[in-house]
Design a protein around this ligand. Structure first.
Ligand code: UDP
Length: 320
């Protein structure tokens, strides 16, 4: 059973291909290397360089490798930048998903696991988000992920496509030292870059309506997240029905200040973060429960926050 992983040479996708192999499934990677790193794909895993927008290439890849299912991780993932580049975000995330689904339909590939996001909720009206919390995305990125979920649902009705969407919260950590998060916009890589450059990491605002004034988020380990993708793939292969969407959240939040403390402990670098101004569009708090994914997708927190910091730091240092 070959599973195509779009975006398989990125930070999350490269963990997903390892989890698939661990579950006895054969991954095949399609990635345009716009942000992925080819060396993240291990020897023995087929790698096709190209974009999901190229339907002929997707269809050829399906044929060449006998693909029977798709884990669709490829996408443009920066909510803040998507406000400046809405059309780019829509092309990559909405048109890209539509083209991929068209290729799958043309080739009779009838199962997909989709990378969705906490961004579909926008600023949630509750302390702990569940799958039923109203969807109210606040960026083109969040909108594009919600539309992606709708495209799967609509293809499900039209063609019998079997699907599930996994809504990621804050994905951090590293499953092995060769795989790191190269994002130029997220908290973990920005703190590491500052520490490596000898600069002081910044907290974007300490006047939020949270216990210590800094934003609260739900940090989850990338290997735990990747495993649930592989479990979803295995269950779809077994003909089991999955929910349309699952939150991959821990039920627990950490503030930016708490992350900074864990960073100091995990890196062994004693630093006092600078308090900077708020970053536009950051909600006070986003935390989700992962109960549904816990029952269906073997989702659980297998790593502490300190382990997330230590593994991510080891991988980031190894990349120097
Ligand atoms: N953040 C920060 N300093 C940084 C980068 C991020 O204080 O250098 C904060 C950001 O304001 C947010 C949290 O860290 O409250 C997580 O940000 P990230 O971009 O990693 O993920 P988001 O939750 O925005 O998707």
């Amino acid at each position: 059973m070959a599973w195509l992983v779009t975006g398989g040479s990125g930070y999350i996708g490269s963990h997903v291909i390892r989890a698939l192999a661990g579950e006895g499934l054969d991954p095949v990677v399609l990635d345009d290397l716009s942000s992925g790193i080819e060396s993240f794909v291990p020897d023995g895993v087929p790698f096709v360089r190209g974009t999901i927008l190229d339907q002929a290439l997707v269809e050829k890849t399906i044929d060449d490798y006998g693909v029977t299912g798709v884990i669709h991780v490829a996408g443009y993932k920066y909510a803040g930048v998507s406000v400046q580049r809405p059309l780019h975000t829509y092309e990559q995330n909405v048109t890209g998903t539509a083209v991929l689904l068209a290729a799958m339909a043309a080739k009779g590939v009838d199962r997909i696991v989709f990378s969705s996001s906490a961004a579909v909720y926008g600023v949630p009206p509750t302390d702990v988000v569940t799958e039923d919390t109203p969807k109210s995305p606040e960026s083109p990125y969040g909108e594009s992920k919600l539309i992606g979920e709708w495209l799967l649902r609509d293809q499900g009705v039209a063609t019998g496509l079997r699907h599930t969407s996994l809504r990621y919260f804050n994905v951090v950590g590293s499953g092995e030292p060769s795989l790191y998060d190269a994002s130029p916009h997220n908290l973990f890589p920005l703190v590491f870059q500052a520490l490596l450059d000898g600069r002081v990491p910044k907290i974007f605002g300490d006047d939020y309506a949270t216990p210590d004034g800094t934003c609260v988020r739900d940090y989850v380990h990338v290997s735990d997240l990747a495993l649930s993708h592989a479990v979803a793939a295995r269950k779809l292969d077994a003909g089991e029905t999955l929910e349309p969407a699952y939150n991959l959240g821990s039920g627990d939040g950490s503030s930016v200040k708490q992350i900074m403390d864990a960073m100091a402990e995990g890196t062994g670098i004693d630093f006092e973060p600078e308090i900077a101004t708020r970053r536009a569009g950051d909600p006070d708090r986003i935390v989700a429960e992962g109960v549904l994914a816990g029952s269906d997708l073997d989702w659980k927190m297998r790593h502490t926050l300190l382990e997330m910091v230590e593994s991510a730091w080891a991988a980031r240092q190894a990349a120097e």
